[in-house]
Design a protein around this ligand. Sequence first.
Ligand code: PGA
Length: 249
Amino acid sequence: MRSYFIAGNWKMHKTAAESAALASELREKLAGCKEKVMVAPAFTALSEVSKVLAGSSILLGAQNMGPEEQGAHTGEVSVLMLKDLGVKVVILGHSERRHTYLETDELINKKVLLALKHGLEVILCVGETLEEREAGRLEEVVGTQIEKGLASVPAEKLPMVTIAYEPVWAIGTGKTATPEDADAVHAYCRKVLAGMYGEEAARSMVIQYGGSVKPDNAATLMGMPNIDGALVGGASLKADTFVPIACFR
Ligand code: PGA
């Protein structure tokens, strides 16, 4: 049985104090929540949020990390620094990193391998643009992102990996894939994973949906057979909207 995993990505929002306040509200309001929950504040707020979440069941996530352990990499944040602050999960390959900051599958794979080597869980984001979807390239794009993103990841590390399917055209736009549409892509992701790791491994992998997940569509999306959670942007910035998503059942 797969379990649900709901993650909040706070992106480039909130000061350290604002982040700590939200984390503290979530800690209180999610105390009875049975799902696996993570929040990913900005790097500058990780330290404060880590203190607030210490001893709670909410996992601390980071939104990205550098591809090297340390060295002359101006502006990057290393896996060792994240671990030092109590980070347990790192989001990699988010479409904003792929499309705005031109991260390649090769770079993302390097980060995936490094995070896993250091014991961090990884959320690997994949998803097609509207142009790619309309050109009939959805499966090719998503399949390649999974295969290249997970290249050289051994089967025994798979329990540390979550896939987040996020159609780029649905992120921050208020548009969501229909639950049936999203579920079909999730099923396709599982097929790609089965080709790489076998049916059983593919069946047990958690695949989140992301892209305008809100309290009013969360339960329907996560009710679909292949959708095992959500990666939430905008609606994760307030307890009022994130709590009902995290506690959707
Ligand atoms: P959104 O963002 O929920 O604001 O669409 C999702 C994401 O980017 O992970």
